[in-house]
Write a protein that binds this ligand. Sequence first.
Ligand code: ATP
Ligand code: MG
Length: 240
Amino acid sequence: MTSDARGVDGDACIDLGTEEDAFTRGGNRLCFIDPRDRDRCIKVLRPDRLPALKRAEKGFPKNLKPLDRFDDNVQEFRVYERIRRAIGPRAHDFIPRLHGWVQTNFGEGLCSDLIRDADGRISITLKQYLWLHGMDEAIEQVLTAFSTGWAGSGMPSRNLLLHNMVVQTGAEGPARILVIDGLGWPDLLPLAYYWPALARRKASRKTRALRSSIESFLPKRGDRSDYGYHGWLEERQRGA
Ligand SMILES: Nc1ncnc2c1ncn2[C@@H]1O[C@H](COP(=O)(O)OP(=O)(O)OP(=O)(O)O)[C@@H](O)[C@H]1O
Ligand SMILES: [Mg+2]
């Protein structure tokens, strides 16, 4: 299936309520718990960040790009197709499963697995975990396993950002890290999709850059104003 032949689920429009009903939001999308299935989320474009508005902010020549290049859902859907062909099912050790397009009161939404901890609460981002606990032994182990697997599979991504990764916690503590945004090679000619050795090299570089970003982030712990806007879930947002 291509993004031009979207598998929108029948005609039924899912009512997601208002913006305030989203469990959280990123810089581009609102994230809702799927009212049909609490283990799935539906992401829609923020009404104040629609593709036409984002394109209008750009100067020449970026403002000549087609509108869907500014649509994070379309871009993500396409990347998932490429990941399916290049990596296959083992990619889902590191990224949620995608369930496709749905029609909502915010327009088309993209439905995927919602990552929850063993106790049912929505998992927090790696950024929030590190802020709360620092680099403890448990996360060190999980991060090492993630990095080895990510690099070994040649998973495609932009820079791995702490607010685009979540830590899924099991009964015994942190169990795995998943990347929920920022996927896909950003290169003009993304040869790495077709050349696994190159993909592994590039993915390995991303995991090393992630380590450096963690090192720069950790000293900021303590002063909440240094946390930034992204990637924090209050307890009430974690909807057990
Ligand atoms: N599948 C998921 N499972 C659990 N939490 C998620 C999931 N997807 C998103 N989140 C939460 O929602 C937040 C925002 O999601 P996401 O990064 O997809 O939005 P965005 O607007 O595309 O982000 P950006 O600002 O990076 O463009 C994440 O930081 C994370 O806390
Ligand atoms: Mg994000």
